[in-house]
Design a protein around this ligand. Structure first.
Ligand code: 5AD
Ligand code: SF4
Length: 374
């Protein structure tokens, strides 16, 4: 018999069994979980939502993840890469609208031209916007040299989802070749952190073969690696991917969303001062999925700034929403919906991870003290 929810939620340290109990809560009982997460959020990061303008730079990808619609072997999508001008224009939109931040995301590529173009764009965006935007990269696994180059060119944050913290499950979701190695991904996360990036990771929720214990371990993983930001959301099938063969084992979409919202709430309690994104995949299942994530504990939203004509080629999963909107329409609707949830939008603020700011301050202090021989 597990302990009553009230008692678990009062604990200072949540163990694996507690996490499993919380993840399994039914609709009625989870109300208390959401209330506790809301209070934790108010007390730590407050009710500001930070925008990151999302630029889906390219759908070319050298990888073949079994769940992803833009995997290399899917020949359905025309492959694109934005021109420098298109990226600059999208960044400029974020700048004019005081988003404070952008994310440049792409399929995984490590060719010289790709690396150099990103480096050049980082310099240009920082120069043209007078450093008014903090830039997050989400460009997959790269070697240390590349991560350093981009950091020195002015990237501040990096998102690299571990996808699942269970190495066996990771192997089921990816081909077994040198491009898809769990340990390498983990190493990449550590490298990013050591370089000085605000480091983000995340997982997919409701994957076939995934257990509640796996999800509890994912939460513990975020805590153990002391992550600064998390983006996680429901797994959503894509019919042209190998994982679709297992569709008879998928949880109903609604359940995947409920699980994701509970994961957000538990994570907010476990790591109160990190940044947590309300992800697009949640909105795919429920038009108000992202707002529900904000109410559960998320504090970051990513309005899509990819030029409209490319959006239908960046489909990681089926039924991705918003692909017919232009940037202006999405932003207006989003702002109104956010206000309705009682949040304010942090216009003109970078919205850096409070966790990152705290830990780097502490690390700085420790280094100074050691220098003085204390
Ligand atoms: N469902 C949900 N999320 C997905 N991603 C890729 N494919 C899917 C899918 N089918 C997520 C992965 C990746 C991020 C860019 O998109 O977690 O890291
Ligand atoms: Fe490529 Fe990322 Fe999709 Fe994997 S999840 S196939 S790395 S875009």
């Amino acid at each position: 018999m597990s302990e009553p929810v009230e008692k678990i939620l009062q604990k200072v340290d949540l163990g694996k069994e507690d996490l499993i109990t919380l993840i399994r809560l039914g609709l009625d009982e989870s109300r208390l979980l959401f209330e506790t997460a809301w209070k934790a959020k108010q007390a730590s990061v407050g009710n500001t939502v930070y925008f990151r303008g999302l630029i889906e730079y390219s759908n070319r990808c050298t990888k073949n993840c079994y769940y992803c619609g833009i995997r290399r072997h899917n020949t359905r999508y025309k492959r694109y890469r934005l021109t420098d001008l298109e990226v600059i224009e999208a960044a400029n939109y974020a700048y004019r609208n005081q988003f404070g931040s952008i994310v440049i995301q792409s399929g995984e590529n490590s060719d010289r031209q790709f690396i150099e173009t990103i480096e050049h764009l980082l310099w240009e965006i920082n120069r043209l916007t007078n450093h008014a935007l903090h830039i997050t990269l989400s460009l997959g696994e790269q070697n240390e040299k590349t991560y350093r180059r981009w950091f020195e060119a002015g990237a501040h944050r990096y998102l690299l989802r571990i996808e699942t913290s269970n190495p066996q499950l990771y192997r089921k979701l990816h081909p077994s070749d040198y491009r898809h190695v769990y340990e390498r991904r983990l190493e990449a996360l550590q490298t990013l952190r050591s370089i000085g990036y605000q480091t983000g990771t995340g997982v997919m929720i409701g994957l076939p073969f995934q257990t509640t214990e796996d999800l509890a371990n994912d939460l513990l993983f975020f805590h153990t690696v002391d992550i600064d930001m998390v983006g996680m959301g429901p797994y959503i099938e894509h019919a042209e991917t190998p994982l679709y063969h297992y569709r008879d084992q998928f949880l109903p979409l609604r359940e995947r969303l409920e699980l994701s919202l509970k994961m957000v709430a538990i994570l907010r309690i476990l790591m109160p001062d990190i940044n947590i994104a309300a992800t697009t995949a949640m909105q795919t299942i429920d038009p108000h999925g992202r707002e529900r994530a904000l109410l559960a504990g998320a504090n970051v939203m990513m309005p899509n700034l990819t030029p409209a004509r490319y959006k239908q080629s960046y489909l990681l999963y089926n039924d991705k929403p918003g692909i017919e909107d232009d940037a202006e329409e999405s932003k207006e609707a989003m702002e109104e919906n956010i206000r309705l949830t009682g949040h304010v939008i942090g216009f003109g603020e970078y919205g850096d991870s409070a966790h990152f700011l705290r830990r780097t301050k502490e690390e700085g202090r420790r280094t100074r003290d050691e220098g003085r021989g204390r």
